[in-house]
Design a protein around this ligand. Structure first.
Ligand code: GLU
Length: 295
């Protein structure tokens, strides 16, 4: 069975870019008669905004994107992340590192494995890094074909737990996608680079990597991702139809006149029935075909 997911971080309310990711993953799952799960990625408290999780869930309900099963909160999974790290520290698939950001910058910006052989023991003073044994420099995307990742990035022993005790996104996302039985990851093109590291983690775990589909990213006139700093305001919950139709146009739909005035549920259902990967724009970064004001 197809199992897809939408995995927002509660760093703010749902904005246009995250609605695009929610819709794309929903259409892809439901057009495969699959399940669509929601996972709240709340493992980085300093970046979280109070109340954002419930606002995100409310927005999904307003846009008639109903999830299957119970919402999974990453903050409830910390023991599982720690258990995996402990195992890898014993097996040598991970090691403790005491290097500062400043030192790494002085070495050229990429970590050179300085602490690999040091056998550091005091976890409270250290970050944990993966011993990179499976560097991934490219992978196949379901729509965009072969996507490449810079070699230095692919080869780096990256951090799986930070010195401040927070677990890294790449580790949590992979362990949870496996835990939830996800079969395909559909998300924004801003997450192409981390995909290489995530596939490296699957290989370290001896688990078959998932299928990946990346969705075009909405950018502004200067080529920057729409974010909270630049226009990515919360989507409209009182009048969702225009925003929904714009997000669907962004995903390459040519909206039928017959559904322009339909209710939200029928528009989403129409989207499920008419969704094809080839409709997605050829470019992975695009300016929305309408003004930012409409976002
Ligand atoms: N939580 C991540 C974000 O909001 C997305 C994770 C993923 O889809 O893999 O950017």
């Amino acid at each position: 069975m197809y199992i897809g997911r939408f995995a927002p971080s509660p760093s703010g309310p749902l904005h246009f870019g995250s609605l695009v990711a929610a819709l794309g993953s929903y259409f892809q799952a439901k057009s495969h008669a699959g399940k669509w799960l929601v996972r709240i990625e709340d493992i980085d408290p300093p970046r979280e905004v109070e109340g954002a999780s419930s606002l995100i869930l409310k927005a999904l309900e307003t846009y008639q994107l109903h999830w299957d099963d119970k919402v999974l909160y990453q903050s409830h999974r910390l023991d599982a992340y720690q258990d995996q790290i402990d195992q890898w520290l014993i097996d040598g698939h991970a090691y403790l590192c005491e290097c500062t950001r400043k030192q790494i910058k002085a070495d050229g910006g990429f970590y050179l494995g300085t602490c690999r052989q040091k056998q550091l023991k005091d976890a409270s003073q250290c970050a944990v890094r993966l011993t990179m044994q499976h560097p991934i420099e490219s992978f196949t995307d379901q729509r965009y074909g072969t996507l490449t990742i810079p070699e230095a990035l692919a080869k780096e022993d990256f951090i799986i737990k930070r010195r401040d005790g927070l677990f890294a996104y790449n580790l949590a996302v992979v362990l949870d996608d496996i835990y939830q039985g996800v079969t395909e990851v559909v998300r924004g093109a801003d997450l192409i680079e981390p995909t290489g590291r995530q596939i490296s983690l699957y290989k370290t775990l001896g688990h078959k990597p998932l299928r990946y589909l990346h969705l075009p990213l909405a950018i502004d006139d200067s080529g920057n991702k729409l974010s909270k700093q630049n226009h990515a305001t919360a989507i409209d919950l009182s009048n969702p139809r225009p925003t929904l139709l714009n997000a669907m146009r962004f995903l390459g739909f040519t909206i039928d006149d017959s559904i322009l005035n339909a209710d939200i549920e029928s528009i989403v259902q129409w989207g499920v029935e008419n969704w094809h990967l080839l409709q997605l724009p050829d470019e992975l970064k695009i300016k929305p075909p309408f003004s930012n004001d409409a976002l």
